[in-house]
Ligand binder design. Structure first.
Ligand code: BTN
Length: 254
């Protein structure tokens, strides 16, 4: 592993409910080194955002959790972990997929889309100590060699589906560790402006008018103007009013 700490310690489980749940449990019971990765070929209760399930074909993809200890980060800035995780995945995709043929985007809060289909999702769980983050578990599901997405063909994709070839999952994992460590070190160095700039540069729908649904499933159109410090989506509504939405309050129509 060409990293300083991320992925130096790898814990592989043949089967587990959820690598995130497992990593959070480890943190409660033993001293886990920063950068430890828990990964598996089979999650029986993989979890996604908004309480959804995360299903991943057996031994085809990457389903993993990275343990970080960003004690330098105040609770109000937890969303920077979402930004750097998404940017790391973005960089892995940009490195693997030939330039110009693929449109790679970060869909708020932190889905990774390639050619408008989701290739990866991120679920971050934090432990707080006073107003600082004590531990963070960065859960990542990245579709690598999955061929079929029953019922989700229009919404989901994998590296195999995009390129027609199989990938070595260990090699993809190594590149993910390299890019995640790079972005994490930037965050630790205080380069927040650069992180936000890159996040917005790659944000799906940035400065475009898109259709949304609010918490009551009411459709509306709005322009994506950015993301607030605490991670809310900033939208410019009809009449130019800027309003912030958290993950429970808005979803993209498409
Ligand atoms: C989403 O897009 O909704 C987030 C998906 C996150 C899935 C990963 S797979 C590894 C880790 N363990 C989980 O239970 N979830 C995350």
């Amino acid at each position: 592993m060409e990293t300083l700490f991320i992925g130096k310690s790898l814990l592989f489980l043949t089967e587990v409910e959820s690598t995130n749940t497992y990593a959070m449990g480890l943190l409660r019971n033993v001293n886990v080194t920063e950068g430890t990765i828990v990964h598996t070929d089979h999650q029986t209760k993989g979890r996604g955002q908004r309480g959804a399930a995360w299903n991943s074909e057996y031994a085809s993809n990457l389903t993993l959790s990275v343990v970080l200890k960003p004690q330098f980060l105040s609770a109000g800035k937890a969303f920077y972990l979402s930004k750097i995780s998404a940017l790391a995945l973005y960089d892995v995709m940009a490195e693997i997929l030939p330039q110009g043929q693929y449109d790679i985007k970060v869909k708020w809060p932190n889905d990774i889309l390639v050619n408008s289909k989701k290739i990866a999702g991120i679920l971050i769980e934090n432990n707080f100590q006073q107003d600082h983050i004590q531990h963070a578990v960065i859960g990542i599901g990245l579709n690598v060699n999955q061929q079929e997405f029953a019922g989700l063909e229009n919404k989901a994709t994998s590296l195999l589906k995009l390129t027609g070839r199989q990938f070595n999952r260990q090699a993809v994992l190594e590149r993910l560790c390299v890019h995640l460590e790079k972005w994490y070190l930037r965050l630790r160095e205080g380069r927040q402006e650069n992180i936000t700039l890159r996040y917005l540069e790659n944000l799906y729908g940035y400065q475009q008018i898109l259709p949304f649904r609010d918490a009551r499933d009411y459709p509306f159109s709005a322009c994506v103007t950015g993301v607030s410090e605490n991670g809310n989506l900033r939208l410019s509504l009809a009449g130019g009013v800027i309003q912030e939405f958290d993950i429970k309050e808005v979803k993209f129509e498409l």
